[in-house]
Write a protein that binds this ligand. Structure first.
Ligand code: DGY
Length: 331
């Protein structure tokens, strides 16, 4: 019997490629930049399985152009690059990689929070560029952390991991918003579920961990930044489109908020001449939250497990559209 044909849109870690290669006829896009939509459509046309990245747009047109496709395995926990409704309509399960990148992502959220609060990048640039004149009693003053309040927008796995670090490490009070109540987290961290408005008004640090969807797209605009404290630090490790970047730049420029640390932008990469790069109180990382070898290997292993289950017609270990299994045609 011929092996299932699979297209992988980038060089993911070997551990994942080897698992797929053992059972499939695998075509891997070898370039550093993603395949164009035309090339993607052409390569996936005859495939049974697809491994995609957050930089690949998997829309209805692409799925229609791949009549044999039985699974889309996204190498990410987020899946806003995939038209899940279109996949579900075609009974194609979509896999993601939850859990394995929680700790690495929480580490970067806290890193950005600290760097922005203590003006690390700004002062380091000043030092490298000759503006470190002496030890200045009033120079480079940042924000204190101990005993302050962290507002977690989206208390899922990553939000929880960030809240734990800040509560147990710096004694922070934890406020959060979430789709459901989290009584175990309330108990563990003495945390409080509050309205979005209350969180914005009362938090010293606001960290975004919500899924990107129609409701959360653009949830941070001028009005929300104006509701935050002028001393607040804003952190985003979720997705760029949560934020109106013009409003963020204005809030940072005018002192509406104190600083921001962001690992995600819209678009990615952010163009080199974007205003956010010019603002000393904005720390920008190039979407590196999951970038550790252990995390990326675990993502590759999970991604391969989803892919292999899909091409075999088995249930995906992590499926974002499980309703494909209730229709009776894919399981
Ligand atoms: C994800 O997995 O969604 C991250 O943004 C990249 O690791």
């Amino acid at each position: 019997m011929p092996k299932p044909k699979v297209f992988v849109t980038r060089l993911i870690p070997d551990v994942g490629l080897e698992l797929i290669r053992a059972d499939c006829d695998i075509d891997v896009w070898p370039e550093r930049l993603p395949p164009s939509p035309e090339i993607l459509r052409e390569r996936v046309h005859n495939c049974d399985g697809l491994v995609s990245l957050l930089t690949d747009k998997i829309d209805a047109a692409l799925l229609t152009a791949a009549p044999r496709l039985r699974v889309v395995s996204n190498f990410a926990v987020g899946f806003n690059n995939v038209d899940v409704a279109a996949a579900t309509e075609r009974n194609i399960p979509v896999g993601n990689t939850p859990g394995v990148l929680t700790e690495a992502t929480a580490d970067i959220a806290v890193t950005l929070l600290l760097a922005a609060a203590r003006r690390l990048c700004e002062s380091s640039t000043d030092a490298k560029e000759g503006r470190w004149l002496t030890w200045e009693p009033r120079g480079w003053l940042g924000a204190d952390l101990v005993g302050r309040t962290i507002g977690i927008v989206g208390m899922g796995r990553i939000g929880h991991a960030v809240a734990k670090r800040l509560h147990f490490g710096w004694g922070m009070k934890v406020l959060y918003t979430a789709r459901n109540l989290k009584p175990e987290i309330d108990m563990e961290l003495n945390a409080q579920s509050v309205s979005f408005e209350t969180l914005l008004a009362e938090s010293d640090f606001v960290s975004v961990h919500a899924d990107l969807n129609a409701t959360t797209n653009g949830m941070f605009g001028s009005r929300q930044f104006a509701q935050m404290k002028p001393t607040a630090v804003f952190v985003n490790t979720a997705r760029g489109p949560h934020v109106d970047q013009v409003a963020l730049a204005q809030a940072l420029r005018t002192g509406t908020i104190f600083a921001a640390g962001i690992d995600v932008t819209d678009p990615e990469p952010l163009p080199a001449d974007h205003e956010l790069y010019q603002l000393p109180n904005c720390v920008i990382a190039p979407h590196i939250a999951s970038a550790t070898p252990d995390t990326r290997n675990a993502m590759a292993t999970l991604c391969a497990a989803n892919l292999l289950a899909g091409v075999r017609g088995e249930r995906l270990p992590h499926c974002v559209n499980p309703t494909v299994y209730s229709s009776g045609s894919s399981d």
